[in-house]
Structure formats: C-alpha cells, structure tokens
Design a protein around this ligand. Sequence first.
Ligand SMILES: [Cu+2]
Length: 511
Amino acid sequence: MTGVDRRRFLKLYLGAAAGVGAVSLAGCSGSSPAETTATTSPSGAAGVTTTNAPGVTSSPNATAPLGDTGTFRSPDVISSVDGVLEATLTAVAAMVPFGDGERWAYTYGGSTPGPTLRARPGDLLRIRVVNQIDNPTNLHTHGLHVSPEGNSDNVFVSIDPGSEFLYEIQLPDDHRGGTYWYHPHRHGFVAGQVSGGMAGMIIVEDESDNDPVLAAATERVMVLSDPRIGSDSSVISVSRMDRMGGRQGDVVTVNGIAQPMIEATTGTLERWRLVNASPSRYYSLVMDGAPLVLIGTDGGLMGSPVAIDSLLMAPGERAELLVPVTSAGLVTLRSRHYDRGGPGMGAGSSGDIDIVSLNASGPDSEAVVPPTLAGAAIPPVPRTNGTRALELSMGGGGMGGGGMSFKIDGRTFDPDRIDNRLTLGDTEEWTVTNVSEMDHPFHIHIWQFHVVDASDKSLISPGLKDTVNVPAGGWVKFVLDIVNYPGKAVYHCHILDHEDQGMMGVFETTA
Ligand SMILES: [Cu+2]
C-alpha cells in the first residue's frame, strides 16, 4: 500500500501569505445543518449492554454511537498555585456514567479522562500516582520538555499495584505553551490502561495565551478516546488480531461523552484543544458548518492560523483549532473514513463518525480569525550537524498473526540496551522509514521537532511536533535540537499495542 490513495492532512487553502489573513468569516456557514447527521437526538441503542467477550474483535464503529449524545462537559481542572502544581492521580477501576447507564473504565480518581493539569513555564509539577489497579503503571507527560531521569518524566519507573510514587517534574522557564497530555507508559500495560481510560490533558500557558483574540475565546478541552463498552474489565482483553492491528473501541468519546453537544452564541470564537488519546484509532477530521482553522500543533501555537480542509490526527497527536461561530445552526467536527493499513482485513480502518457538535443560536454575526497570534511563533529550523536513520518494521506472523513482531531497526524493545547515543548540543536530521504495510505514528520523548520533509508532503507540519505519522511504505524527515536533559528516554510507535509488543527504542543523551 502506498500513500497515493490516501487523503491526507494539510491541504492548505493558503496559497499565499494573505491566506486566512484578516478574513471576515461572517456568514460562512459551510454545509447546511440538514446535511449533518442527527446529533441532537439520542440514538436508540442502549449505552451499556454491549460487552465484548475477551478475544473477540469488535468492529470499528462506523455507525451510530452506543450511548446517547450528551452535553459537552470539560474534565475537572487542577492549576498550579505559586509555581507548584499539586495533584494526586489515583489509578482505579470504576463504573463511570455513559449514556443512560454506566460502563467499566480505568480512571484517575473515578474519572475518565483524568483532571486537566494547568501550569506555566517554570512551574514544578508534584504529581502523586497511587496505583489501585491490579497491574503496574507509571506516568508519562507526553510532549513536555523536561528531564527523563529520577522522579521526573521517567518511563522506566514501575509502580506496583498497591503502591504509589511521587513525580516531581520541573518545567524550564522557557517551556513552550501548548497542549500536552499525560498517560501511563509502563511497558507491556500501556494499551490496556490507556484504552481503559487513563489519560488527561496538560496545558502549559505562556504569554502567547495573552493574545487578545485567544483570551476572549471560549476554550474547550477535548480528549478523544475510543473505549470499548462493557460492565467489567473484559473490555480491555483483546485478541491477537487486535494487538497486531492496534485495538479500536466501540465508540468515540470526547471527555468520556459520545458525540457531545456544545451550546454557543453567534459572534463568538471557540478555541478547541484536541488530543488523540485513543490507543490506535486515527481521526481524519473535517468540519461542517465552519472553517477548520488550525492554530497549534503538538508543540504549541503557530504564529499564524492556517485554514485547512482536513486534519489527520494519529494517536498521541494534538491540535488546536479556532472555530468562528457566525450563524445559527450546527457545526460538526467529523472524522472521515481513514485506512491506516493492517495485517488483517480492515484492522486499521475507521468509518465516518461525528466527534462533537456545536449548536449556535443568535443573529448572523462576525467572528474574525486574526491573521497572526501575538506572542506565538515557531522557532526557525536550526542548522544540523548530523543525521540518523531509523526503520520501522513488522515481521513474522502470517495467517492468524501468531508471532508477529514489531521492531525498530530490526530489534524489539530492551530497556537495558541503548539503541542510539545522542550528544547534548547537537542538532540532527532523523529519517524514519516505515517498511511495513501499516502506518505507525512515531513519537520521541523530551523534545519537539520540525518535520522538514516526508514521502507524503502533506505530513510536513507548519508547527512543532513530537509525534508524526509515518505512512506504510513511506518516510518522514525531522530536525531535532538536542538541548537540555541528559539521560535515557525512548522513542516508539504510538499505536500502543505496538509499543507494548516492542516497537520502541532507547536513546541516551550525554554531555
Ligand atoms: Cu505501530
């Protein structure tokens, strides 16, 4: 399979710098509400009756959600106070509300997603993780530029059932503002815990958030997940085929709610912070009823908003959107069919599904998307002094998938082996090639990078990234500035079933 037949993100409307510019988006209504599917009425399906027996492959949901639609709800927020963010994240299995009933989930303190953590550059995150589930866990602060050692963002920590661990994660004074997230990273248990519901957003606010347009916008946190729906822990049991393809859930949720509805008034701007916290599912996002305006990526805000017609979000990726609410009616963020390849028939495909809708009321009114965002800028691509090549591959297997292996540079993960040795102060261009038949999102800890070239040019991001899709049979080149933080950390495929099966490598950075 090649990238030729794929619809990809960042088909820029912007031919010229004028682009989105100071375009007034008043009256821009896109498709009519009649074209959108019924997102306001509950679907007839019961919310909690579909239980997956262990080992049974559930079909990707291309149809109505199992739960009824609900009102949009934000996760709880824990903010730093006087430079310190104090939080306790208790990993515990619980029944959580879903539709008219409940579903089983892994939670932080009874909630999925966990609380949103809001901090500022220079803050200390003091996060106590208490493990009350029956398998080991830990915590990764995905995207943060922090130390990977000790009790900082150290994925080699293991917190056994019944025990706890205190993380102290120091943000540097010059940390970029942006949308980051946290989730367990205990090798071998990651896909089950994240698919079960253990994830939450981290927002770092900096001066770029003081832009008057952004400051006046209504901010929404959107944690996209796709849980399997059931009444016990069998929902995190998966078949070999699920593990090969990467498990997909029964229903797509935003902050735990299927197809939530936002009520808004015309003349306002909405700022949506999205994270794809699904273990394997890709979202190919389009917007009906409003333009799709990208203002930020994994590594924070870009200097200029970019109008796009679709946005691919692989697992682990974040995006910030600005949604102008200009006329009464429905605005719907929808994910279209996307085929990420796979060893089995349709293992990695996702059908069309509505993600979240906004119901606007009021007279037609302007909502102006600014040409630039004050204080937001992407640093220039630094000059490189070295190159490095990595290869993603899948081997073995065959019919039924027994023994399929997931490798980087021909090896599966070994925490005691250093796969790449890096030197502080270097700037390298990495080429990650995918010789397998399915897409793999590549994620590196500690740093953000500049995607400078790719086999599919639509993957060249205008913003900083820590996770990038590497298409089946394709490649991606990025520039990595190896600044700060010696120590051992990892890069890996963010299809979490693949990571758990060893598609991960260790790098060590020294002075
Ligand atoms: Cu993968």
